[in-house]
Design a binder for this molecule. Structure first.
Ligand SMILES: *Cc1c(COP(=O)(O)O)cnc(C)c1O
Length: 350
């Protein structure tokens, strides 16, 4: 038996993508970022659904992800690789028509020498200091690179989920200064940048987390339900403990359910004693420590023995669970483990 059932609502994913697409002008294209197996939700099904919804541009982190995606999507859609053109990736990039976002002089040299005439983009660093060419380096080679007609000039915002941060406008100004008037399509914004407004949209946006129902896209539809089967139940008497390290002690007779997933499945130990699981609309507190493969919950107040309890669903989304664990929705999603049975629903049944 699987440790749980992860239900992924493909209609909600497509609705979120369409809503983010509508947030920019019709002249602006909206890509979909499907790196890290579509944020843990399964790139094959997710990317196919998004392609059907109209997405024509996909971004992945690594060339291997792009190669796998090309098999799924077939020829046609643009598949861009954020890590650029790494040593050893040349054949994959060339054979599968991937578009590397070149990040350095080394990558530019590698690409123009090994795959002349093949498409590429340029990633510029405008202040995040993570990936992309520094303005000085760009200035030194822009003339030569522009002759090779890049597909895209892109950069990435460091704090687009903090609308008041001064760095947003600084990065915008820097991006404009580096790219205005060049006549090459431009892209600056992920989910957060789309929500900052049209100044940030340029020609192509690159949402990820908002498509998957996460903050900062406040109006996103929830995408995932995670239901954990009950392995066993027991009565615990006052004074007895539950779980490792005597993590919880009963003060009254308590009906305890043991659920079949734990931190090995991406449910952080930081949820110990803090998270809630749900029997439909009824909350059940998590008791004591989260184990590797199990979580205990208080079901004393339930009228019927549940087969399973939900840790992600309508009452507790990825950002809620992230807040309890002291992390972000991105990490909750990408940590969802391989032991869950992944089911793909369309909204009506989710
Ligand atoms: C991950 C990533 C995105 C998508 O970001 P979200 O915040 O998930 O929308 C876009 N662009 C780059 C460069 C990224 O690394």
């Amino acid at each position: 038996m699987a440790t749980g059932t992860l239900t992924i609502d493909l209609d909600a994913i497509c609705a979120n993508w369409r809503a983010l697409d509508r947030a920019s002008a019709t002249s602006v294209q909206t890509a979909a970022v499907v790196k890290a197996d579509a944020y843990g939700l399964g790139a094959p099904r997710v990317a196919k659904a998004l392609a059907q919804a109209g997405a024509r541009n996909f971004f992945v982190a690594a060339a291997e992800e792009g190669a796998a995606l090309r098999q799924i999507l077939g020829p046609g859609p643009d598949i861009s690789v954020l890590s650029g053109h790494m040593p050893g990736d040349t054949d994959m990039i060339g054979d599968l028509d991937l578009v590397p976002m070149l990040n350095s002089l080394d990558q530019i040299t590698r690409h123009l020498e090994t795959l002349p005439g093949k498409p590429f983009g340029i990633q510029l660093d405008t202040g995040m200091n993570r990936l992309g060419m520094e303005p000085d380096d760009w200035a030194a080679v822009a003339g030569i690179v522009l002759e090779a007609r890049p597909h895209l000039l892109m950069s990435h915002l460091a704090c687009s989920d903090m609308p008041d941060a001064a760095l947003n406008t600084q990065q915008l100004d820097t991006f404009r200064a580096l790219t205005d008037g060049l006549g090459i399509p431009r892209s600056l914004s992920a989910t957060g940048g789309i929500l900052l407004g049209s100044d940030y949209h340029f020609d192509l946006t690159r949402p990820g987390i908002g498509v998957y129902g996460g903050q900062p896209f406040a109006n996103a539809r929830k995408v995932v339900t995670l239901s954990l089967p009950v392995i066993q139940t027991r009565m615990v008497e006052p004074g007895e403990y539950v779980g490792y390290a005597m993590g919880w002690q009963a003060t009254a007779p308590t009906h305890v359910a043991t659920l079949a997933a734990g931190y090995a499945d991406g449910l952080s130990r930081a949820l110990s004693g803090k998270a809630t699981v749900w029997a439909g609309d009824t909350p059940c507190p998590v008791l004591g420590r989260v184990s590797m493969d199990m979580i205990a919950a208080d079901i004393t107040h339930l009228a019927e023995l549940p087969d399973a309890l939900d840790i992600l669903g309508p009452h507790q989304g990825v950002d809620d669970l992230a807040a309890i664990a002291g992390t972000i929705g991105y990490e909750v999603l990408t940590s969802l483990g391989p032991r869950y049975a992944r089911r793909y629903s369309t909204g009506a049944t989710a």
